[in-house]
Design a protein around this ligand. Structure first.
Ligand code: RFL
Ligand code: PHB
Length: 388
């Protein structure tokens, strides 16, 4: 088999890259280890920042997003028994849209398959070679046949646990956090129209949603927590405690999904080796507190699609040479924002009263100073692509 761009991974990064390249007349084949059903059902991110929504509209992927997505113009920060709204619309003139990552993935897969695009699901034994001059991807297809895919370049969009990053030795920058998130998806109508980020002495809690019928909620828990050790009743009780505020009521309902997410910050530098380009979680991850992971993946492939178009059409290497540095500017901004939100809102060491007072001071400043609130708001809604 032969194609121009061999894309490893059918998450938001790989799928959107294949769509953007197809719009420029460039061929790509996407290889994915999981089944179509699995990637379409995987529950993950929910917040699309403003530049992400604009891009999806620009490239014809926003019909359902515009019908079903929930536009939000702010969030609440809840601490010390008080609720404080950060008004994105007033502070930045922009907002976010709550729309599940798996819905973005479904829309992308449908668009690619309708246009005759190649996505090979349920492949295995994926390996990359020839990164300096003759890129090759070897894999076993869904029918068990060994295959070779020759390409001009390879895009490593295979997420944090993929294989492409390991094909070279980028420098790794990492930070661990002493906690994880227990997330539930519940069949319960949201009772509040925006997201609530709560900093409570027992730990952080987040109130989010997916649709007018489904609420998405998270609790800070110790790292390595086994989700099954929390009964549904315990989860609801703890959410009630941490999210409590005057006039706030939490609708309970059947728990559809319960899982634990580890919290880490990791960046691989550079994001390119020869003709292999990493994008999205394959190159960097953030703790979910800033809602940046999927948005960063999308920003990366926007830069990559343009760079590859210049290279594959005209032999212009300026875009591919600048790719890693260009992306890393936005990546580090998001790394900082996610680390800052995480540090401000979570309970670290209950004995450490000094840290707790610093957090409360930062929270009070953020909700009372227009300059501080604007800084949070412009990062949350997303700096314009190319701004840095
Ligand atoms: P993905 O989505 O992990 O996709 C990678 C794909 O590659 C496949 N794969 C392979 N395919 C072929 N060969 C191999 N050897 C392969 N190894 C792996 C995988 O099966 C998969 O299909 O990476 P991508 O495309 O870079 O997208 C990144 C996002 O998925 C991720 O950053 C977000 O989900 C992070 N995230 C959030 N991001 C946001 O922007 N806003 C949010 O509100 C948000 N909340 C979250 C989150 C992530 C969470 N979890 C579960 C980690 C909330 C949570 C709880
Ligand atoms: C979500 O709805 O899953 C979500 C929202 C905001 C975050 C993280 C996750 O910061």
């Amino acid at each position: 088999m032969r194609t121009q761009v061999g894309i490893v991974g059918a998450g938001p990064a790989g799928l959107l890259l294949s769509h953007l390249l197809a719009r420029q007349g460039i061929d790509a084949v996407v290889l994915e280890t999981r089944s179509r059903d699995y990637v379409e059902q995987r529950v993950r991110a929910g917040v699309l920042e403003h530049p992400t929504v604009e891009l999806l509209r620009e490239v014809g992927l926003a019909d359902r997003l515009d019908r079903e997505g929930l536009p939000h113009e702010g969030i609440s920060l809840r601490f010390d028994g008080g609720d404080h709204r950060i008004d994105f619309a007033d502070l930045t003139g922009r907002g976010i849209v709550v729309y599940g990552q798996q819905e973005v993935v479904k829309d992308l897969i449908a668009a690619r398959l309708d246009a005759g695009g190649d996505i090979l699901f349920e492949v295995s034994d994926v390996a990359v070679a020839g990164l300096d001059d003759d890129p090759l991807i070897t894999f076993t297809d869904a029918d068990g046949r060994a295959q070779e895919l020759h390409c001009a370049v390879i895009a490593g969009c295979d997420g944090f646990h993929g294989i492409t990053r390991g094909a070279f030795a980028p420098e790794m920058f990492e930070r661990d956090y002493p906690f994880a998130w227990l997330g539930i998806l519940a069949k319960a109508a949201p009772t509040h129209h925006e997201l609530v980020y709560a900093s409570h002495a027992n730990g952080f809690a987040l109130y989010s949603m997916r649709s007018p019928e489904v609420t998405r909620l998270y609790l800070q828990v110790p790292p390595d927590t086994d989700a099954s050790t929390w009964s549904d009743g315990q989860v609801w009780d703890e959410l009630g405690t941490r999210l409590a505020a005057d006039g706030f009521h939490l609708n309970e309902g059947p728990v559809l999904e319960k899982s634990v997410t580890a919290m880490r910050s990791v960046v691989a530098e550079p994001m390119r080796h020869g003709r292999l380009f990493l994008a999205g979680d394959a190159a960097h991850i953030v703790p979910p507190t800033g809602a940046k992971g999927m948005n960063l993946a999308i920003a990366d492939v926007r830069v990559l699609a343009e760079a590859l178009t210049g290279y594959l059409r005209n032999g212009d290497e300026s875009g591919i040479d600048a790719y890693s540095d260009t992306c890393l500017r936005r990546v580090w901004r998001a790394e900082h924002f996610s680390w800052w939100m995480t540090s401000m809102l979570h309970t670290f060491d209950t004995e450490d009263a000094f840290t707790r007072r610093l957090q409360l001071s930062q929270l009070r400043y953020t909700v009372s100073s227009r300059a501080a609130a604007t800084s949070l708001a412009e990062n949350y809604v997303g700096l314009p692509h190319g701004a840095l």
